[in-house]
Write a protein that binds this ligand. Structure first.
Ligand code: SF4
Ligand code: SF4
Length: 444
């Protein structure tokens, strides 16, 4: 008879749907029991000890308990583990041998998400976290001309940052994003799209860009760079339209109803674009992951969600698919020298390989150093008063790698991670998005 105690998976990992519509999903007693079961497996395994602070927090609780087992840990302390999880998915996708179809069925990130959802429904969420995760609402106010200038100045001034820390518990030293009143959408308004598209391989050769709250209002430059690079390669680009936040910040808070609302707004609009022949992309790996993996996991029977997921690509994945079909220009005008490239967690767990590294490596006289470690930014984790110091510890080895490599350029597919690394490097140099580097290599 086959044992259910075999060590690790022999089969390809699968993932069960999140199951948020099952009434048992929000049953706190059931969630605590499942946490005790999974924590016990993790305590016996400890492979993930260096991925984030969720696991060290758990193991410290176990080691300090009277039994030195999970049953000795006060269940009221389980939340301390949950609070350190920012749902990067790395433990599930890169480490855990006990994920389904293994009978132990360990899905640590989904369990943490379930615990966060219970907490959110119980109303145990700080005002700060409710505000920080309303990225579209915050951006639409902070991005108003004049207001943007005031907000940006206040974000850099010590007295206002001290006040913000005292009132809202946003750490005074955390780098906050800059707001641009000339958003990506404003910059690209009236842009004349290329008329014709050439399908190649799996790609249809025309792309609708989901701007994302952050790249639209906080960092519009790389969006312009994407237009330039794609169009240089004969790929028409449009903006996806009247989008809302993809819902990832609310997911990380456990507010699954807001994720549903975001999906009900965005998915029909994106599915219509797919029906009209457009492929989809976004410059933030978290937003790509939301459409490719998270929404299908929450809404497995929704055909429009599946359609959008199938048409969604990481930008560098898209360009490398074109390259495979002989449709990427390699007429680079200049080299990039030494590039320290940070692979963002939410891109790594898309299972697409290192497409950014592959593409940058096509540029002559360019060396790319791959850094596969969490940056510690992780949504809002790095700006929270209670977690900022942890996030700086997480980024330290990444920043050290950048410095040791003596890179001419460094950056991450996740612009926010790039800026957090910048804070770790702290030598005055700024992180650059890989699409910006690629545009420069093309001389566009
Ligand atoms: S999902 Fe990421 S942050 Fe959460 S426990 Fe796993 S590795 Fe840590
Ligand atoms: S998530 Fe999996 S690999 Fe990580 S500590 Fe737990 S059982 Fe081990």
């Amino acid at each position: 008879m086959a044992s259910d105690k075999r060590e690790g998976n022999l089969d390809a990992p699968t993932r069960h749907p999140l199951g948020q519509d099952d009434p048992a999903f929000y049953d706190e007693t059931a969630v605590l029991a499942e946490m005790e079961r999974v924590f016990d497996i993790c305590h016996g395994c400890r492979r993930c000890v260096n991925l984030c602070f969720a696991f060290p927090t758990l193991f410290d609780l176990v080691d300090a308990s009277s039994t030195m087992e999970v049953d000795g840990v006060d269940k009221a302390d389980f939340g301390k583990v949950v609070d350190h999880c920012y749902l990067c998915d790395l433990c599930y996708m890169t480490k855990c041998p006990y994920v389904p179809p293994h009978p132990w069925n360990v899905d640590f990130p989904h369990l943490m998400l379930r615990a966060k959802a219970v907490k959110y429904r119980q109303g145990k969420v700080k005002l700060r976290d409710r505000i920080l995760t309303r990225t579209d609402a915050v951006g639409s106010i902070a991005g108003i001309p004049v207001v943007a200038d005031i907000v940006n100045a206040a974000n850099k001034a010590k007295p206002t940052r001290k006040l913000l820390e005292a009132v809202l518990e946003v750490h005074a030293d955390a780098k906050l994003p800059e707001f641009h009143s000339r958003t990506l959408k404003k910059r690209m308004k009236g842009h004349a799209t290329l008329a014709s598209a050439e399908p190649a391989g799996a790609t249809r050769g025309r792309v609708a860009l989901f701007a994302t709250c952050y790249m639209n209002r906080n960092e519009p430059g790389p969006g312009e760079d994407l237009f330039a690079v794609f169009e240089h390669n004969g790929i028409p680009v449009i903006l996806a339209g009247k989008e809302r936040c993809c819902g990832m910040p609310r997911l990380e808070l456990g507010d699954l109803e807001s994720v549903r609302h975001a999906k009900e707004h965005n998915v029909p609009m994106l599915a219509e674009l797919v029906d009209k022949g457009w492929d989809l992309t976004a410059l933030l790996p978290s937003c790509v992951l939301m459409f490719k993996n998270e929404l299908p996991s929450m809404f497995p029977d929704d055909e429009q969600v599946r359609k959008v997921a199938d048409a969604f690509y990481d930008p560098f994945e898209y360009l490398m698919l074109r390259h495979k079909a002989g449709k990427l220009k390699t007429d680079f005008a200049s080299s990039l020298g030494r590039v320290a490239y940070h692979a963002a967690c939410h891109q790594r767990v898309q299972n697409i390989g290192h497409k950014t590294l592959d593409l940058l490596s096509l540029v002559p006289d360019t060396e790319v150093e791959l850094i596969e470690r969490c940056s510690g930014h992780d949504g809002t984790y790095a700006v929270k008063k209670e977690f900022h110091a942890y996030s700086m510890k997480i980024v330290k080895p990444v920043a050290e790698r950048v410095k040791r490599y003596e890179a001419d350029h460094y950056g991450s597919d996740c612009a926010m991670a790039g800026h957090h690394i910048e804070q770790g490097v702290a030598d005055g140099r700024v992180a650059e998005h890989p699409i910006t580097l690629l545009r420069r290599a093309y001389g566009l």
